[in-house]
Design a protein around this ligand. Structure first.
Ligand SMILES: N[C@@H](CCC(=O)N[C@@H](CS)C(=O)NCC(=O)O)C(=O)O
Length: 202
């Protein structure tokens, strides 16, 4: 298993999808969270000056979604067939189109506030409505389940521990169908409470 070190700010943002994947696949990694005060120094060392960065055995990977796709290769988290993978990519890119419009770099505060307000008041609900329509009566946006993740050699007990942990939290049905929820992934890699997402185990 490679050595993984994820570098991002101490927030969910664009790193959280990577933390979810690590948590779901029960892969150990270093969750390196940097403070804003240290950012300019770190930025100057990066080829594209952006985070998240995932270091894999000393090699730096950038772009959160490229990293997410790399980590989900050979799992069915991003679709079981090529067609499902295309559909999963399309949903991810649809969400990314929306996220990319957030005016983080806007210098004028009043313009920034107005743009955020429009995005969150009009465009956000519109996007959610479209996703809802796309979902229709189905349980999942794409496909009908996520297969039980492959156990990695030597981590059976940690897999069991995580399933028990999810059961205790009420995230996991006793018949082993999991309704993993959209929760922030804590620094220690555990997943905490909140909204539902698309992951399940059959
Ligand atoms: N498309 C890139 C976006 C990377 C990006 O814009 N990262 C922001 C944080 S979310 C960043 O590094 N901001 C600090 C800066 O640009 O100085 C990804 O998904 O990784």
């Amino acid at each position: 298993m490679p050595n993984y070190k994820l570098t991002y700010f101490n927030m969910r943002g664009r790193a959280e999808i990577i933390r979810y994947i690590f948590a779901y696949l029960d892969i150990k990694y270093e969750d390196h969270r940097i403070e804003q005060a240290d950012w300019s120094e770190v930025k100057s060392t990066l080829p594209f000056g952006k985070i998240p960065i995932l270091e894999v055995d000393g090699l730096n990977l950038h772009q959160s979604l490229a990293i997410a796709r790399y980590l989900t290769k050979n799992t069915d988290l991003a679709g079981k067939t090529e067609l499902e993978q295309c559909q999963a990519d399309a949903i991810v890119d649809t969400l990314d189109d929306f996220m990319s419009r957030f005016p983080w770099a806007e210098k004028k505060q009043d313009i920034k506030d107005q743009m955020f307000n429009e995005l969150l008041t009009y465009d956000g609900p519109h996007l959610l409505q479209d996703l809802d329509t796309y979902l229709g009566e189905k349980e999942w946006l794409i496909g009908n389940s996520v297969r039980k993740r492959k156990r990695r050699a030597g981590n059976t007990s940690s897999h069991r521990k995580q399933m028990n942990y999810q059961r205790q939290l009420g995230l996991c049905h006793k018949d082993s169908k999991v309704n993993l929820k959209r929760l922030p992934v804590a620094k220690d890699g555990t997943i905490q409470a909140s909204r539902r997402i698309l992951l399940a185990v059959d």
